[in-house]
Design a protein around this ligand. Structure first.
Ligand code: GLA
Length: 349
């Protein structure tokens, strides 16, 4: 029990980073780093009582710096895609980095929150670590000085609770997510194709050939996107469906059957092999279900692991991608002076 702090290595600027290890009474263990406010490891007991690390990750901050895929990353100020890499706020156009296809923005990169070293505050009593930083006006192109924090808490109910809180001095976009790749059999234990998934969603946002939402909201009924009954990830991933072909698998925003701000269970993942079950609850209106279609083939992960396409799956809670360009999507614009609050919980059964 308690919170242990150790070195997590240096980034090229020479800046040192730290790793925080949180252990609850059930022996579940969460590791997070101030490098990118990253979720690095999560050791969860399985049906045979062995404890396994169920998230993909790299060995230390240097490896995170040198590799891609946003493993365990805190993504902000705005996650997912922005078509044309711009946003208009109060009539003014703000240009964002064009880090995808030379024209769109993905995950507010290349110098996103996932590559910053955050300040931290440890709360031993509540098994939590709060990462915080002041994101200056026009950082990544977005207006407003944005005070943002990400608090990870490991509860005695085997939950990883992630709470984002922010305030900006100008209207801005606030759409934070966590990009953890889960493999409930263990991070080095094959693909997630046999995991079974349930998502409380009747519809998803269709994408174009650049993975930018077209604005169309498609019903899941009668399509491979119907996860309203628990279904194997691999059951229909190879189906001849235009949306699956465009993304090379699932990489879509699911419209959640809930109101914005209401904390509700929206997804479950079950791994028959290990018996582990994960429940996802969130206050967000959408979730990106991503099946690791673009994991760099053969990339070296932590503990000597080698990762492949579909080694892990993500459930990235969010506003809908490219929402700033679609009036029929809930708006991710945060008004100056108003609080941004968002909670997502990954609970293990
Ligand atoms: C998100 C995107 C994917 C991919 C990953 C990072 O999940 O939706 O298309 O870019 O991030 O590799």
């Amino acid at each position: 029990m308690g919170v242990k702090v150790s070195s997590f290595g240096k980034i090229p600027s020479g800046k040192e980073t730290s790793l925080f290890t949180l252990i609850n009474k059930n022996g579940m263990c969460l590791e997070v780093s101030d490098y990118g406010a990253t979720l690095v490891a999560l050791m969860v007991p399985g049906k045979d009582h062995t404890t396994t690390d169920v998230v993909l990750g790299y060995e230390d901050a240097t490896d995170y710096w040198n590799n891609d895929g946003y493993l365990g990353a805190t993504v902000g100020r705005s996650c997912n895609r922005n078509g044309g890499a711009n946003v208009t706020i109060q009539g003014k156009v703000y240009e964002l980095p064009k880090n995808e296809r030379g024209k769109n923005n993905l995950h507010s990169s290349p110098d996103g929150y996932d590559r910053m070293v955050w300040n931290y505050q440890v709360d031993e009593e509540h098994l939590s670590v709060r990462f915080y930083r002041m994101s200056p006006d026009l950082e990544q192109g977005y207006p407003g000085n944005f005070e943002i924090s990400v608090t990870y808490t490991l509860t005695e109910e085997n939950e990883v609770r992630i709470h984002y809180h922010g305030v900006s001095d100008k209207d801005t976009v606030a759409n934070m997510t966590n990009h953890t790749y889960f493999n409930l059999s263990g991070h080095q234990n094959g693909t997630i194709l046999n995991h079974e998934v349930w998502i409380d969603s009747d519809a998803f946002t269709a994408i174009d050939e650049e993975s930018i939402p077209t604005g169309e909201i498609c019903q899941v009924d009668g399509t491979p996107f119907d996860f309203r009954k628990q279904k194997r990830v691999g059951a229909e991933i190879g189906a001849d469906h235009a949306q699956l072909i465009l993304a090379g698998g699932y990489d879509h925003n699911f419209v959640l059957n809930k109101e914005k701000g209401e904390l509700k269970k929206i997804a479950e993942v079950f791994d028959p092999e290990s018996g582990r079950r994960m429940e996802v609850s969130t206050t967000c209106v959408g979730v990106q279900f991503y099946t690791g279609n673009f994991i760099t083939e053969g990339v070296q992960g932590k503990e000597g692991a080698i990762y492949h396409k579909r080694s892990g799956l993500c459930l990235e809670t969010q506003f809908f991608p490219d929402a700033v360009h679609h009036e029929n999507f809930p708006s991710p614009i945060l008004k100056a002076g108003e609080p941004y609050d968002s909670v997502t919980i990954y609970k293990f059964i």
